[in-house]
Design a protein around this ligand. Structure first.
Ligand SMILES: *[C@@H]1O[C@H](CO)[C@@H](O)[C@H](O)[C@H]1NC(C)=O
Length: 321
């Protein structure tokens, strides 16, 4: 009656097996699509970046040192909730920070150190974290994302969150509007290309930091002749008038320690028609070796989390990626 029945059954079994095997991936794919849809175009909310375990914040050798080695923390022991009795983080604070410049706190572990108010705006210093309330353990703030293998402040000035701002200034490479370019500066300290961001000064609002850092690092406004300065300021006004938030929160940065860490606000300022920023004369400032319009491609290698930021920006503008 059904001569091909065994064949049909065999095929059905294969189909079911394939579906089952892929079920997980299909589910995951669907979840990603829904996520994309909810957090995508038009949403003002920061992009929900996949939360990653400390990766850069567990780099073997602390940046700009030769021999400061972090205590090795396995993936499974990053979280403070996992007991790790053998844990003995290396205590390191750079000489530059110890010297007590204006951007650095005093050592709160010293007996007569001035009191720092954490988890609030302490005088003019913003000590609140985007991650919520962080814990204070033995007088020191504790990294909300877990262990890093190093305690003290490393080369970061503030105990707890160190706030930065990253302006991502973009334009189209040409009239096809397929490839997006952004203003990148080459850092003097390690030669890596990066977004021309910087630390939020005490008492400064982020919008001012974004503009100031871009002006200083990518346009070298310090050294521009006065009449050019006026022109630059006007263009900057126009460009920085409207931006979209790309990310705000904790950053997995190689300088992070158990007691001090980077947080940032990354904003995109886009020149759709290439008639404002496109006309800027880029000029590397003090902290930079070079500055350029860099194509955003899958291969673009950037400092710390900057790679994730420009990827998000490219996707937002539906650029080739
Ligand atoms: C302080 O930082 C928090 C995030 O940690 C931010 O939401 C808030 O706007 C900042 N406040 C000021 C006055 O800059």
């Amino acid at each position: 009656m059904y001569p091909y029945l065994p064949v049909y059954i065999g095929l059905a079994v294969i189909v079911v097996a394939v579906v089952l095997q892929n079920k997980y991936q299909i589910l995951q794919f669907l979840i990603f699509q829904v996520n994309d849809f909810m957090g995508g175009k038009g949403s003002k909310a920061a992009v929900n970046m996949n939360k990653k375990l400390h990766e850069k914040a567990r780099c073997a050798i602390y940046p700009r040192t030769k021999d400061i080695k972090r205590f090795v923390v396995p993936d499974s022991k990053v979280s403070w909730t996992v007991p790790f009795p053998e844990y003995k983080p290396v205590d390191f604070t750079s000489e530059g920070v110890k010297a007590g410049p204006v951007w650095a706190d005093k050592d709160i572990r010293e007996p007569n150190a001035p009191v720092i108010k954490f988890n609030c705006i302490d005088g003019v210093i913003n000590r609140t974290s985007f991650t919520g309330k962080y814990e204070i353990v033995n007088k020191c703030p504790r990294n909300p994302e877990g262990r890093t293998g190093l305690c003290g402040r490393g080369s970061l000035g503030r105990w707890g969150p160190n706030h930065a701002a990253d302006p991502i200034v973009t334009r189209w490479k040409n009239s096809e509007k397929k490839i997006l370019q952004f203003v990148a500066v080459q850092r003097k300290d390690n030669g890596e290309w990066a977004i021309p961001g910087g630390m939020v000064d005490a008492g400064e609002v982020v919008s001012v930091t974004l503009r100031r850092e871009f002006g200083e690092e990518a346009l070298n406004t310090f050294e521009a002749p006065p009449e050019e300065k006026v022109h630059i300021e006007k263009s900057l006004d126009k460009l920085f008038h409207s931006g979209t938030e790309v990310y705000k929160g904790y950053v997995d940065d190689p300088r992070n320690t158990d007691n001090a860490w980077m947080e940032t606000v990354a904003m995109n300022f886009h020149d759709e028609n290439g008639d404002s920023v496109g006309l800027f004369k880029l000029n590397a400032g003090d902290d930079a070796m070079g500055v350029q319009w860099m194509d955003i491609t899958r291969q673009t290698k950037l400092y710390a989390s900057h790679e994730d930021f420009i990827k998000t920006v490219a996707q937002r503008h539906k650029a080739t990626w």
